[in-house]
Design a protein around this ligand. Structure first.
Ligand SMILES: CC(C)(COP(=O)(O)OP(=O)(O)OC[C@H]1O[C@@H](n2cnc3c(N)ncnc32)[C@H](O)[C@@H]1OP(=O)(O)O)[C@@H](O)C(=O)NCCC(=O)NCCS
Length: 192
């Protein structure tokens, strides 16, 4: 029997995060370069207990869904992706993504994982809009989101104050009809 495996792409799959994943995730939160790209919060190392709290909340469902990004061939955890701050009445959620292992950046894994999460957001959760905020200097992330069809909808000018300098933060959004009108993916999952 052919199985259409849930949340599996050609090279990565989205898996539930468990307490066994926490030590790996805690390591990512020790990397200040990573943290300075990930979000606008102060970069500080997270204790496993803080990550446990975050994970418990995400697992309860409610207003967020978090997944681990795993390589299919090695079953290795390389990142995480979260649909967060879901507004069920409006059909809106945020998308946060991180490939925690730097050696796996720029190989198309982020894009593949984001496509799986977007398929889940629009196809399973029936949401209408997915949005993300991206720091102005995070050029790789901007390119990835634009390649996925997200549009820049506005800029929080000089939102971020980091290392003595102010930086913009952009708001990106993708609507269900835009997602549905996306060009077909290449057979290897690379839609560049
Ligand atoms: C941003 C992030 C999630 C993107 O994931 P990624 O896997 O590195 O991104 P992708 O590989 O899908 O795409 C990025 C680049 O890889 C290139 N690429 C994609 N597939 C490729 C392949 N098979 N071989 C070589 N390069 C490839 C893309 O062209 C793109 O290149 P560019 O940046 O020069 O345009 C990841 O880099 C990351 O976690 N960064 C730190 C945290 C972060 O910034 N999170 C996002 C916050 S908004």
């Amino acid at each position: 029997m052919m199985l259409d495996r849930l949340l599996h792409g050609p090279r990565v799959y989205l898996a539930p995060l468990t307490s066994r994943d926490l030590p790996t995730m805690a390591q990512w939160y020790q990397d200040s370069g990573f943290l300075r790209l990930f979000d606008a919060d102060p970069a500080y190392p997270r204790a496993e207990s803080e990550l446990t709290e975050w994970l418990d909340k995400a697992r309860r469902g409610g207003d967020s869904y978090a997944f681990g990004i795993r390589l299919i061939d090695r079953n290795e955890l390389i990142g995480l992706i979260e649909l967060d701050e879901i507004s069920w009445s409006n059909g809106v959620c945020g998308l946060a993504i991180a490939i925690g292992e730097r050696g796996y950046w720029r190989k198309g894994y982020g894009q593949e994982a984001a496509r799986l999460a977007l398929g889940f957001a629009f196809g399973e959760l029936n949401l209408h809009r997915v949005q993300a905020t991206i720091l102005g200097y995070n050029e790789r992330s901007i390119r990835m989101f634009e390649r996925l069809g997200f549009r820049r909808e506005g800029t929080f000018r000089e939102f971020l104050h980091r290392d003595g300098q102010r930086h913009d933060m952009h708001l990106y959004g993708l609507l269900r009809p835009e997602w549905e009108a996306r060009p077909p993916e290449a057979p290897d999952g690379q839609a560049h």
